[in-house]
Ligand binder design. Structure first.
Ligand code: MGD
Ligand code: MGD
Ligand code: SF4
Ligand code: MO
Length: 760
């Protein structure tokens, strides 16, 4: 499968897949070796911006610890095998479990990098269908699920998420996001920091709500050090002020399709800023002023991320963000919160415009805790017990794709122990790490630089309508299948094929399925066309696998050529001809066309959301009673749990430290540079202490994704700066009930000094 090697020096352009910012990279390659990576100044979206991680795709590609050959666990040790041996092993393992326990005993976990992988985006669905089990888990329920669930109730689909119109807004309020470290999320915007600075440069205002004075808070006009978990209360009190002071005015085009305004007014009555102050921890006069500023600004947009979603009120907070944007007249207008028009694959562009079937949960429940299915999956916090609790339907085998749940999901010691008891586990992953060390077989994908890229998922949440495809800058290694071929083949083995099955047949079936579905879908631009004709057009190109599917999605998307209907419009070839991307312009109003609710209206008081308000009322009392709570944080040079094996990213002072306010340090007897033991209901870890004014008193912060000191991994650099796993502390029972998402911020803890650091 090796493509012809090329000699001489050339330049390749490739979008960075590491985070949601989607920066264009300019990659200099000499004799198939990368010699330099820098920002692509001509990229239509990122204009040369790059963060320290972008250029390390070279180090990642070259990392001697990166798995390049399949690994099979023999007598407890992972050894290199050929692909054909690995496939035989997988075939035996999976078939055995299916024979003994049935398909429902196989679970899958999909991790974050899969959301940026064109292969995974196109083939994970086939894989999941081939497993034929409801045990589907992903990083969504430790991340953005609440934001999607709220959007689905209000607007009709899990991808109709309003995006802050960063480049045109006059007033940006950020809750629980630190784009100076994260570069943004559910708001695809390369150089997010630069775009924040531009708001201020044009006379606008930026307000950051965060228990920590993050770098973003530092750069803002105003920092509101909220009590963790209280964002929904804060937002409801802003809604209260907007109604009470006669400031609520959604504007004509939103009002025309808005349900629930009066109901929300009534619901907000008990939540005056003074009434919630003890729980929220902010001065009510400041909150009232902010509400008035939001209403008075020429345009304003409220944006919330992980600090709002991974809390007990994740969905409710997301709902109330939309509510504030609606009440201040900022939904669906330039400078406010708008909907992206995805160029390819957008679920918000499919189906009948303006109406739909709406959103439901609970198609199945977990066996042990009876937690409902949400967005086609179960809460990942339930995975450990589904594996370890005996009985009918017990999970006996696990497939992980691009995930490291042992570091990223709650009460991870419990999951770590459970994984050891599986009868079979297979991981598609490029590292032998804390999770994959449990796998019987590890199937490596090629490196990021050996794969084509189009950020199918995250471009659906971009602040401009943009498309950018990059072919693989480097050829595959000898015998290395592409990532989609690994996933397709895994699917075939699950369907009962033998180890020598050819993944191309899965590809043919998949594209045929897409085309046949479209020609019979009245809302598709190729409705009524001959499927064979369309397939023949696609087959005539050299593209197969994800590229061919992308071509199809581009051509049937809102800017597509419709296979001849709009000959000037976009195809994959257009994007190949434009290696710096194609910009289809700023976001434009999409109401009412974006709506997919059964009523065809915005459901501002959707029944499920309304029903949660009573719980929120109780939090007015309970939140204020917490003495000390833990929150997370991100660092620009980290990427969740898996870039810590890249020397240039981890060198320097240790970053896995506990941030403590001086008042708390004094009271708890902690000293800067000393060590602390942090204990929650479910676990305990020790970490070095950093005393800092940049955190609210009563709150401590520890980043996630560390804890690389466990046996049986191959992470030589990471192991030297192991840090501790903060998810040993997060509680598997603490969930946002509306989305099944874990509470990773605002975890009640106790902290005490310890003399020496005991690695966990
Ligand atoms: N306490 C706490 N926990 C958190 C969070 C938090 O803020 N606080 N954040 C949560 C969030 S937002 C997320 S998204 C999750 C992430 O949770 P996960 O997705 O489970 O974990 P990652 O750290 O992203 O690990 C990615 C894995 O994919 C592998 N990998 C990398 N690239 C590829 C690829 O291209 N193909 C394949 N097949 N494998 C690849 C890596 O080697 C690694 O094993 O963590 C969550 N956990
Ligand atoms: N460098 C880097 N970039 C990344 C990642 C990474 O790991 N490293 N991960 C990527 C992924 S998968 C994601 S999902 C995104 C996440 O992107 P962001 O949502 O921007 O994530 P963070 O940088 O963790 O910022 C979350 C902020 O919420 C604050 N916070 C904690 N609890 C609360 C609370 O209760 N209320 C409020 N208002 N704030 C709170 C924290 O102090 C922190 O500053 O980042 C992506 N980008
Ligand atoms: S900001 Fe994100 S997309 Fe841009 S270079 Fe850094 S890691 Fe890559
Ligand atoms: Mo994430």
């Amino acid at each position: 499968m090796r493509e012809t090697a090329s000699t001489g020096t050339r330049t390749a352009f490739r979008t960075c897949p590491l985070c949601e910012a989607s920066c264009g990279l300019e990659i200099t390659i000499t004799d198939d070796k990368v010699t330099r990576i820098r920002g692509d100044r001509d990229d239509v979206f990122s204009h040369g911006f790059i963060c320290p991680k972008g250029s390390t795709l070279k180090q990642l590609h070259d990392d001697p610890d990166r798995v390049r050959t399949p690994l099979v666990k023999r007598n407890g040790v992972h050894v290199e095998v050929t692909w054909s041996e690995a496939w035989d092993e997988v075939q035996r393992g999976l078939a055995g479990v299916i024979d003994r326990h049935g398909r429902e005993s196989i679970a899958a976990y999909l991790g974050n990098p899969g959301a940026h992988s064109l292969s995974a985006m196109m083939f994970n669905r086939t894989l999941l269908q081939s497993i034929g089990s409801r045990h589907r888990y992903s990083a969504s329920t430790v991340d953005q699920a609440p934001r999607q669930v709220a959007a689905a109730y209000i607007f009709g689909t899990v991808v109709s998420v309003p995006i802050p119109d960063l480049d045109r807004t006059d007033y940006l309020m950020i809750l629980g996001a630190n784009p100076y470290a994260s570069n943004g999320s559910l708001c695809t915007a390369p150089n997010f920091p630069g775009r924040i600075e531009a708001i201020r440069a044009r006379g606008g205002k930026v307000v950051v709500v965060d228990p920590r004075r993050s770098r973003t808070a530092e750069e803002a006009d105003e920092w509101l050090p909220i009590r963790p978990g209280a964002d929904a209360l804060l937002l409801m009190s802003i809604v209260h002020v907007l109604f009470a002071d006669g400031l609520a005015d959604p504007g004509d085009h939103v009002s025309a399709v808005l349900n629930g305004l009066d109901e929300l007014r009534e619901l907000s009555e008990p939540f005056a800023p003074e009434a919630v102050a003890a729980a929220v921890g902010l001065d009510p006069t400041v909150v009232r002023r902010i509400a008035h500023e939001l209403a008075a600004a020429p345009t304003a947009t409220v944006y919330g991320r992980i600090g709002t979603t991974t809390t007990e009120f994740g969905t409710t907070a997301s709902w109330l963000i939309d509510a504030v944007n609606i009440l201040t007249g900022n939904l669906d207008r330039p400078g406010g919160a708008m909907f992206t028009m995805p160029v390819a694959g957008g679920a918000s562009t499919r189906g009948v415009s303006g109406t739909g079937t709406g959103f439901k949960t609970g198609r199945g429940h977990t066996r042990v805790r009876n937690l409902p299915e949400i967005m086609g999956e179960y809460p990942v916090a339930a995975l450990a017990e589904e594996i370890s609790e005996p009985g009918e339907g017990q999970v006996r085998a696990l497939i992980t794709i691009a995930g490291n749940p042992v570091l990223s999901t709650p009460n991870s010691d419990r999951l770590d122990t459970a994984l050891e008891t599986l009868e079979f586990m297979v991981s598609v992953d490029m590292y032998l790490n804390e999770t994959t060390r449990h796998a019987d077989v590890i199937l490596p994908p090629p490196s990021q630089l050996q794969r084509g890229h189009y950020d199918l998922l995250l471009l659906q949440f971009a602040i401009r309508n943009v498309a950018n495809y990059s072919p693989a800058p480097l050829p595959l290694d000898d015998g290395q299948p592409d990532e989609w071929q690994v996933l397709a083949k895994l699917a075939m083995l699950l369907q009962g094929h033998a180890g020598d099955a050819d993944p191309a047949s899965v590809d043919e079936l998949a594209i045929s399925g897409l085309v046949h579905h479209a020609v019979s879908d009245p809302s598709s631009p190729i409705h009524g066309r001959d499927a064979e004709e369309i397939l023949a057009i696609l087959a005539a190109s050299e593209h197969r696998g994800p590229e061919r599917m992308l071509d199809f999605m581009l051509r049937t998307g809102p800017f597509g050529d419709g296979f001849g209907t709009h000959p000037q419009a976009v195809t994959l070839q257009t994007l190949i001809d434009h290696p710096h991307g194609v910009d289809f312009g700023a976001l434009e109003p999409r109401l009412p066309e974006i709506l997919r609710t059964p009523s065809g209206r915005i459901e501002l008081a959707a029944a499920v959301l309304v029903a949660d308000v009573e719980r929120l009322r109780q939090a007015m009392v309970t939140l204020g009673e917490q003495r000390l709570v833990l929150v997370g944080r991100r660092d620009l040079r980290s990427n969740n749990s898996w870039m810590h094996n890249i020397e240039v990213l981890v060198k320097g002072k240790p970053r896995c430290t506990l941030h403590v306010h001086p008042d708390d340090a004094a009271e708890l007897g902690l000293v800067h540079g000393g060590y602390a033991r942090i204990t929650s209901r479910v676990g305990s870890v020790d970490a070095p202490v950093e005393v800092t004014e940049d955190i609210r008193a009563g709150v401590v912060s520890l980043p996630h994704g560390w804890g690389h000191s466990v046996e049986g991994t191959r992470l030589r650099v990471a192991a030297e700066r192991a840090g501790v796993n903060s998810n040993v502390l997060s509680d598997h029972e603490a969930l946002d009930p509306l989305s099944g998402t874990s509470v990773l911020n605002g975890i009640p803890v106790t902290v005490e000094p310890v003399a020496v650091l005991v690695p966990s």
